[in-house]
Design a protein around this ligand. Structure first.
Ligand code: SF4
Length: 63
């Protein structure tokens, strides 16, 4: 599973970091993904973060 942030959409609200802090981190006013390939133990919180993102800025590619 892979994850990307669409930087143009991200408002930097920080919700995804609250949901999945091992995967997302703040960089300036937007968020970066620490590792594009989602580690197994973080798939659930990654999906939750994508579902909850108010800007739909988190895109997941399932394997
Ligand atoms: S939840 Fe969405 S809009 Fe908010 S910081 Fe994360 S990617 Fe950006």
């Amino acid at each position: 599973m892979k994850v990307k942030i669409i930087e143009d959409l991200c408002t930097g609200c920080g919700l995804c970091i609250d949901t999945c802090s091992d995967l997302f981190d703040m960089e300036g006013s937007t968020v970066l993904v620490k590792t594009e390939n989602v580690p197994e133990g973080q798939e659930e919180c990654c999906k939750e973060a994508a579902e909850n993102c108010p800007m739909e800025a988190i895109k997941i590619e399932e394997d």
